[in-house]
Design a protein around this ligand. Structure first.
Ligand code: ADP
Length: 317
């Protein structure tokens, strides 16, 4: 197992760019001709099972590490086959696993049924991810404080996310899945990262239809999210790139146009890349422009982690 050599105070001897605190899941993928009927009781037969390393935390860590970032993942996996698969894929990309704890629970899994149009239905069993505690995060305080950026998502318990955000020099939070969070957490985000769907869930539906002269929806939503308290906001817009809101101004960041094959994990690739560029000291708008290129590169291949680009591939776009 790779592990950062640490000083007596627990801080790593070799500096890290990003510490990801988050989930690792085995993605169990079955192709189906159609999804089972909404009412319980139906069985449909599907394709052979494919098992891929995933989970938003592990995806972010692999995305950043493959680009060249020095990354550690703080999280929990089970001491089982899925846990080994997850560790192996993280190790291949050089992610430090000194704070990825083996846990007496099954590794997290996502059961993913993919329909003929690429339409997904997903059931997540968090398993070991749900056992990540505030204490785990506090025990790693020197590690978290040592990195310029701590990158977070919501597939682990809220107390762990909040503890990590409090310790972080700069917290990047992908609020996915979009669950209610306390104002204190929002206020620590720099930036808060969501996709359009999550932005709408967080803000609720607009009270009145938009009038023609009003700003376009993503710009309005970015400003409204900023008003909830985060220091900055990024809304990712799929093929359209992203909008960035900070200091009251909204900037549009385009995405290169590519032939999209599979958008699974694009948001995680975006956030991992964003965290790395912010750790390198780039301004948010420039970091988001780079992250949009990484997201675009990632949708050109199937899978999540399997699809993430190297730096050379991003430069070729
Ligand atoms: P999520 O995966 O969280 O739903 P998005 O679909 O918004 O997030 O994708 C994240 C980023 O990936 C986008 O900001 C964009 O840069 C890139 N991306 C996603 N889909 C496409 C696409 N079809 N073409 C080009 N870039 C894309």
């Amino acid at each position: 197992m790779s592990s950062v050599v640490e000083h007596d105070d627990g801080a790593p001897r070799h500096p890290l760019d990003v510490v990801v605190v988050g989930s690792a899941n085995a993605d169990l993928v079955v192709q189906v001709e159609r999804h089972p009927a909404p009412a319980p009781g139906e069985t449909v037969l599907g394709s052979d099972l494919a098992v891929h390393p995933g989970g938003k935390g592990a995806n972010q860590a692999v995305a950043a590490a493959r680009l060249g970032a020095r990354v550690a993942l703080l999280g929990r996996v089970g001491a089982d086959g899925h846990g080994r698969l997850l560790r192996e894929s993280l190790e291949r990309d050089g992610v430090d696993l000194g704070h990825l704890h083996d846990t007496p629970a099954a590794s997290g899994i996502a059961m993913i049924a993919v329909g003929p149009q690429g339409d997904n239905s997903i059931i997540v069993a968090p398993g070991a991810n749900a056992r990540l505690t505030e204490g785990d995060v506090l025990n790693a305080a020197p590690l978290l404080r040592s990195a310029p950026v701590v990158s977070l998502q919501m597939e682990i318990p809220l107390p762990a996310v909040l503890a990590a955000a409090r310790l972080a020099r700069r917290a990047v939070l992908n609020l996915s899945p979009a669950v209610p969070v306390p104002d204190e957490l929002l206020a620590l985000c720099d930036p808060l990262v969501v996709n359009e769907h999550e932005a709408t869930l967080l803000l609720g539906a607009p009270r009145e239809p938009r009038k023609p002269r009003e700003p376009r929806e993503p710009d309005r939503q970015a400003k409204e999210l900023l008003a909830l308290g985060p220091r900055s906001v990024v809304i990712t817009l799929g093929a359209e790139g992203a909008v960035v809101a900070e200091d009251g101004a909204v900037h549009t960041v385009p995405s290169p146009s590519v032939a999209a094959v599979d958008t699974t994990g694009a948001g995680d690739a975006f956030t991992g890349a964003l965290a790395w560029r912010l750790a390198a000291g780039e301004p948010l708008v420039e970091a988001a422009a780079f992250a949009a290129r990484v997201g675009a590169a990632a949708v050109r291949r199937a899978g999540a982690q399997d699809s993430y680009p190297t730096m050379a591939e991003v430069e070729d776009l």
